[in-house]
Ligand binder design. Structure first.
Ligand code: TMP
Length: 207
């Protein structure tokens, strides 16, 4: 059996990742493709507990502790969900992965990117997505979208400079590995963005 395909969705707050993961999964399911949707942090039983800590705005968390909690969530997620699905030939659509850690903890919190990459190699053995979609938009637009739906977690309460750094981080990361990424203008209408993603993924993997 062929291995499945591991596709991740990335972007700042309010970029619409969760919606786009769902829409792509729906399109693929209609075509009879085997697909699952998942997310980080928190899509395992252990990860759910880690997510509660990570997003709790009343907790003050040391940046390195935060970093290690994201890796703790990720290794559980890979071993429990992602790898078994890929081995069963399933397409895995994942809302955030290691590029989030580089963008948020590296560019946002300004932890050494070299350290994050070393941890990635040590803990994940460089387990990398096959393809990554970056939904890009100005930080103030994304934050306003989330304000309207009252989403205020430990990251959404960070100042605009933090979110601008995260956005710049994503745009920087994809320059180093252009073949793995596409950057999509997330200010466009939801269905337009969805069609663009669908066409790119279909073409890239000849689905
Ligand atoms: P979300 O489910 O709303 O995307 O929330 C996850 C939050 O966690 C979001 O603000 C981004 C942040 N995050 C990191 O800072 N580093 C990471 O590695 C991941 C996966 C998420």
């Amino acid at each position: 059996m062929n291995r499945g395909i591991f596709i991740t969705f990335e972007g700042i707050e309010g970029a619409g990742k969760t919606t786009q993961v769902r829409l792509l999964a729906e399109k693929f399911k209609k075509e009879g493709l085997k697909v699952i949707q998942t997310f980080e942090p928190g899509d395992t039983q252990v990860g759910g507990k880690i997510r509660e800590i990570l997003l709790n705005p009343s907790l003050s968390i040391n940046p390195n502790c935060e970093l290690l909690l994201y890796f703790a969530d990720r290794i559980q997620h890979i071993e429990e969900k992602i790898k078994p699905a890929l081995e069963a030939g399933i397409i895995v659509l994942c809302d955030r992965f290691t590029d989030s850690t580089i963008a948020y903890q590296g560019y946002g919190r300004q932890i050494s990117i070299e350290l994050i990459k070393k941890l990635n190699t040590l803990i994940l053995k460089d387990f990398t997505p096959d393809f990554t979609i970056i939904l890009d938009l100005p930080a103030h637009i994304g934050l306003n979208r989330n304000k309207k739906i009252n989403k205020r977690d430990r990251f959404e309460i960070e100042d605009i400079d933090f979110h601008n750094r995260v956005r710049e981080g994503y745009l920087d990361i994809c320059k180093n590995e252009p073949e793995r990424f596409i950057v999509i203008d997330a200010t466009k209408a939801t269905e337009e963005v969805s069609e663009e993603i669908y066409k790119k993924v279909k073409t890239k993997f000849r689905l």
